[in-house]
Design a protein around this ligand. Structure first.
Ligand code: SF4
Length: 398
């Protein structure tokens, strides 16, 4: 239960109102996590439930309201449900003996666009069996079909897990490394963590903790210092470090201290690769060179947080961008899981995404690509603006 939410498999449960989504989920999780009722539209919001689903591993179920809900505020529910798709690793579409119609077909189309694997559960077979004709219509879209009854099928959980295991994304089965694959066992890696106004009191932030853990798992030697002690740390070592990783905020100072022959990157760039697509983000940064006066740039953060005086998204990156381009840019901000209307933007700059899952960032990249808008991330933009991007990504090219 202590597995980070961002590292759990997110399973989205979709389906029309009252096909038995909540009953299905209760049967799988063994808990009454949603209000189950015969009255259409009882599930009023997205309910999240995390559990250990052996042998799959840590999962979070996202139980959505019915997209066809006609009740009050259903417009908001539908919008919310569509946004849940963006963070779904595997989608489960539940229908009953009535088969599928345009609603399910729209969902399948959306899953295909976003490359989300899906399976169909045909529920309520204790009441009526689906006809051969209706079943063939579903087979046209997928062969991953489970015909069952959340009420009477005692083997439902085993059948469901069997199907799920065969659909697990590769990056869930073999969790990608953060930095451990860039160096060898026994190598020393220096991690530079400035203790400034942005550093939380008494602790270090999640991406830094995760990187230390990754290096421990990879049998490396981690050496954690502030930028003020970095020079002494390098001189103290008998052999130079195999890699230096810095917080983006100290990139400039650190790049001046670390000798050119020692590879250097940032936590944010490591997470751009882990949580998204580093190549896409590096390509996206090219758009900075062609920004003009009046162009709109969107800074997109995955969660809301209290912005401090020197906040990276609202203060530092806008200042760096304006300085680098010399243009009068219109820089706007958006925080949260929702994906806003991106029409009219010339560039999207995403945060490090430490609190979100990889699927959500990949979906955002796909949506930005589909709209023809370049997308990049904080670490890439900072190193680009400081003129050290080639150095910061050279370790990955190797
Ligand atoms: S998810 Fe983004 S905005 Fe939220 S703490 Fe992590 S980097 Fe910052």
């Amino acid at each position: 239960m202590k597995t980070l939410k961002s590292m759990r498999l997110h399973i989205g449960i979709f389906g029309k109102t009252n096909v038995g989504k909540s009953s299905f989920l209760n049967k799988i999780t063994g808990q009454d996590m949603s209000i189950v009722s015969d009255i259409a539209g009882t599930t009023t919001d997205v309910v999240e439930k995390s559990m250990e689903l052996l042998p799959v591993g840590p999962v979070t179920f996202l139980d959505t309201a019915g997209l066809d809900d006609k009740t009050l505020l259903s417009g908001q529910r539908i919008e919310k449900t569509l946004k849940i798709i963006n963070r779904t690793d595997i989608a489960v579409v539940i229908c009953d003996f009535n088969g599928i119609d345009e609603y399910e077909k729209d969902l399948f189309k959306k899953f295909d666009e976003l490359k989300i694997p899906y399976l169909v559960v045909i529920n309520k077979c204790d009441i009526e069996q689906i006809s051969g004709e209706k079943l063939s219509e579903i087979v046209n879209y997928t062969d991953k079909i489970l015909i069952t009854s959340a009420v009477s099928d005692e083997k439902i959980i085993f059948k469901f897990k069997d199907m799920l295991v065969k659909m697990l994304p590769e990056d869930f089965i073999n969790s990608p490394k953060i930095a451990g694959d860039l160096v060898n066992e026994g190598d020393t890696v220096i991690l530079v963590i400035p203790i400034d106004k942005e550093a939380p009191k008494g602790r270090i932030i999640l991406p830094q903790v995760q990187t230390i853990r990754d290096l421990l798992d990879s049998n490396c030697l981690s050496y954690v210092v502030k930028e003020t002690e970095l020079d002494a740390a390098i001189k103290n070592l008998k052999t130079p470090p195999a890699l230096v990783v810095t917080d983006s905020q100290a990139f400039k100072t650190v790049s001046e201290i670390v000798p050119q022959e020692i590879p250097l990157t940032s936590f944010s760039i490591l997470f751009a690769r882990l949580k998204g697509d580093l190549d896409a983000f590096v390509q996206g940064a090219d758009a900075i060179a062609s920004l003009n006066d009046g162009d709109r740039v969107l800074i997109l953060e995955s969660c809301t947080h209290h912005a401090i005086e020197d906040d990276i998204g609202t203060v530092k990156i806008p200042a760096l961008l304006r300085k680098k381009t010399g243009k009068e840019l219109t820089i706007e901000h958006y925080s949260g899981h929702d994906f806003p209307d991106i029409t009219g933007y010339k560039l999207i700059i995403h945060c490090g995404a430490c609190m979100t899952n990889r699927r959500e960032i990949l979906s955002r990249i796909l949506l930005a690509n589909a709209a023809g808008i370049p997308i990049t991330n904080y670490g890439v933009v900072i190193s680009y603006c400081l003129g050290i991007l080639p150095r910061a990504i050279s370790i990955f090219r190797k």
